[in-house]
Design a protein around this ligand. Structure first.
Ligand SMILES: [Zn+2]
Length: 254
């Protein structure tokens, strides 16, 4: 496959020096157990594919978008007793993000989208802290919430129907057969407010889950994954086109 001009890791100085990039996309995953049947890099692989396909759509519509390499480490403080789970604390993520944004500012890329692929990463507070200190416009999204997943998948937020279906579409060779997967059931909190969800505390993963999954993957299929992936990337691609053309100093209607 020839180098894709919108994937920074594949393109080259010859192409980059001739291009005025409007938007950089920084996909950010995690490396962690995903039930028994999916690879540790699931969040990274999903980020890679969602970012690449969204950028392809935007590029073909004329937007100059550069996808940076996916950062493979996420916030995994709740999985410290699961081998082998490299944690990157939110404070470290902020430092990384600050350096990336500072580089882009020096190099004339004025907009940065953080494409999040892991539930415990949350870039909103980091953006609130960093935005006043950088000229680069910052925004973020969780790719799996771009399109409402409820009509498509059995509920679950880790290694369940949604993620398994998407992986069956983009990286089927890395999955074990569904018969090898656990049912992704969770233990319910004893405290009512935590059970009902209006009080929040991070989950201690080994206490809450049985197989590291949260959500039953049994109903997953490549067809569902393909449909959802296409809906999500089409929407993000359209957003990248709109953002590339937007004047970020004049974002609101009069
Ligand atoms: Zn995941």
């Amino acid at each position: 496959m020839p180098p894709r001009p919108y994937i920074l890791a594949e393109t080259n100085w010859k192409a980059v020096k001739e291009t005025r990039f409007d938007v950089a996309v920084l996909p950010w995953g995690a490396t962690e157990a995903h039930n028994y049947h999916m690879p540790y890099a699931t969040d990274v692989i999903q980020c890679d594919h969602v970012a690449a396909e969204s950028a392809r759509i935007a590029w073909e519509a004329g937007a100059r978008v550069a996808v940076l390499p996916t950062i493979p480490f996420g916030v995994n403080t709740g999985q410290s007793d699961i081998p082998i789970t490299p944690n990157m604390n939110p404070g470290t993520q902020l430092a990384v993000l600050s350096d990336v944004a500072a580089s882009l500012a020096q190099q004339g890329v004025s907009k940065l989208v953080i494409l999040n692929g892991h539930g415990a990463n949350d870039f909103r507070l980091m953006i609130r802290e960093l935005q006043p200190r950088t000229s680069v416009f910052l925004c973020t999204m969780n790719w799996w919430t771009v399109v409402d997943p409820k009509p498509h998948f059995v509920p679950g937020d880790h290694a369940g129907d949604l993620e398994t279906s998407v992986m069956m579409h983009i990286a089927p060779d890395l999955l074990l057969p569904l018969a090898e997967a656990g049912d992704g059931s969770q233990r319910r909190p004893r405290v009512a407010a935590l059970r009902e969800g209006w009080a929040w505390a991070p989950r201690r993963w080994t206490q809450v889950t049985r197989d590291t999954g949260s959500g039953d993957p049994a109903a997953a299929s490549a067809e569902k994954g393909k449909l959802f992936f296409e809906l999500v990337t089409k929407k993000i691609g359209g957003f990248l086109v709109e953002l590339a053309a937007a004047d970020v100093s004049d974002l609101y209607e009069r």
